[in-house]
Design a protein around this ligand. Structure first.
Ligand code: NAP
Length: 438
């Protein structure tokens, strides 16, 4: 959908007006195209004394061929290993390192702070306030995120650091991610085709965010089984045939749906590697006007069906193979709540609950489960919103614009990467650091 304000604000006259009147200044975010490298431009890397990640980060930066910036020059990204910070006094290093460089970060630049567990010390917890504030101060489409790396997980940072350095993370801002020591150790994957040879099931794939997820996972090498309700089979076929995938027409709320899905995946592919529970509906009413059908249908589609499907695919030896990935689609409504959406927010909070409940047990078999929580994403759903609400949703975030379906898809592709085995039980907001529920 066209964001007219962003177009006007980036015209020569518009730029002048928004600057002088103090209006939000969204810039066109750089987004990834197939064949792009992880990052182009210099990367400044620094570390607090005693940092555990100096070796792994240096190796990665070298492997992707980045150079440090020349003295006084601009840079595309800043990475800081803060794992060595132990005391509150040690936090001074954040100011001494970042203050001289922060204004030299280029547009759509990346700032990545690497920390340890948040309960290790007050100083480690402090990294969250620091990084989120840097994200809010950043201009010109630059983002800042914090990656917490558990001791022992140092060699499992590659897929996550690649994602946060690249334009794939264009709309992920002010987030905190935790990387654990993955059962079975780190797995490697290529930047060009991390999902080569994998089979991915995507529900609600006929349009919107689901269609973007399907084509992004296919771009990364997966065979995508797109699923949607039978009435949308033509639309679904149009998506899957364009990406060399296949279609499965099913209503996920049918009693028999999980078994039918499992039977299809077993017969056609021998199993599945990535499962994305994207299908979702809204049936908004304030609680006093909420009838049981509206309440229950939203819970059924958004979380009860994903729970039943996940249980079916992981029971016994499980059709979900080793290094399998499950990704739920939550919403910032499930974090912040939203008037008129008690049913939807309940279901989307439950998606997060499902992730917390299942993550420890799935980790034992090398499987992860995470959720993404989109904010305002430009889709048919948000196009139907009243104009004032829509404009509010678009601008009330640090990037002053709505995200695109592909932004959610890129985050899911990162979580689906076999090299992301240490990223388990996380909820990643894809919201441009929305002020809602921040
Ligand atoms: P969408 O355009 O409505 O697409 C969802 C798809 O899921 C539709 O094709 C839908 O078919 C399908 N679906 C619904 N019920 C189903 C069922 N019982 N079985 C199989 N498929 C079913 O939605 P979207 O905007 O792309 O959103 C995708 C996901 O992101 C949803 O989970 C949504 O809650 C979440 N999300 C979106 C936003 C946003 O800003 N757009 C923000 C936060 C979270 P029907 O035609 O039957 O509905």
């Amino acid at each position: 959908m066209t964001d007219l304000y962003t177009q006007i604000a980036n015209s020569p006259v518009g730029k002048l007006i928004v600057k002088n009147v103090g209006l939000p200044q969204p810039v066109a975010l750089e987004r990834f195209s197939a064949g792009d490298p992880v990052i182009t431009g210099p990367v400044k890397f620094g570390a607090a004394p005693g940092g555990r990640l100096v070796g792994p980060v240096s190796d990665l930066l070298q492997s992707i061929g980045v150079e440090p910036p020349a003295e006084g020059a601009e840079m595309k990204a800043v990475v800081f290993d803060a794992t060595g910070i132990e005391t509150l006094e040690d936090l001074d290093v954040l100011q001494s390192f970042f203050s001289p460089v922060i204004r030299r970060v280029q547009s759509s630049g990346r700032i990545v702070v690497l920390g340890g567990p948040d309960d290790a010390s007050p100083a480690q917890r402090a990294l969250e306030g620091f990084t989120r504030s840097v994200a809010k101060e950043s201009r010109r489409g630059a983002t800042a995120n914090l990656v917490r790396v558990e001791p022992g997980a140092e060699d499992g940072i590659v897929s996550t650091l690649r994602f946060f350095l690249s334009s794939k993370s264009a709309y992920v801002d002010g987030q905190v991610v935790r990387i654990d020591d993955a059962a079975g150790g780190p797995v490697e994957s290529s930047w060009e085709a991390p999902l080569a040879g994998k089979v991915a099931l995507v529900t609600g794939a006929s349009r919107g965010i689901g269609a973007a997820i399907a084509s992004t996972l296919a771009r990364d090498g997966a065979h995508v089984v797109g699923l949607d309700i039978p009435a949308l089979l033509d639309d679904l076929d149009a998506v899957t045939s364009g990406i060399g995938g296949s279609s499965l027409a099913l209503d996920i709320t049918e009693e028999s749906a999980p078994r039918a899905m499992a039977a299809h995946l077993k017969a056609e592919h021998g199993g599945v590697d990535v499962v994305v529970h994207n299908a979702g509906i809204t049936r908004d009413r304030t609680l006093g006007r909420m009838d049981h059908d509206r309440w229950r249908s939203v819970l059924d589609v958004n979380v009860i069906a994903p729970q039943r499907i996940t249980a079916e695919l992981t029971k016994g030896k499980g059709l979900l193979r080793r290094d399998g990935r499950v990704v739920g689609v939550s919403s910032i409504s499930g974090i912040a709540g939203n008037g008129g959406q008690t049913n939807y927010a309940t279901s989307k909070a439950a998606v997060i609950g499902l992730v917390s409940e299942l993550a420890p047990a799935l980790a034992q078999r090398g499987v992860t489960i995470n959720a993404v929580a989109p904010g305002f994403i430009e889709t048919e759903m948000t196009a139907k919103m009243p104009v004032a609400l829509r404009e509010g949703g678009r601008r009330m975030n640090s990037l002053s614009q709505g995200g695109l379906p592909v932004d959610v898809a890129e985050a899911i592709a990162w979580l689906g990467d076999p090299a992301s085995g240490g990223v388990n039980g996380n909820v990643i907001r894809v919201c441009g650091q929305s002020m809602i529920g921040a």
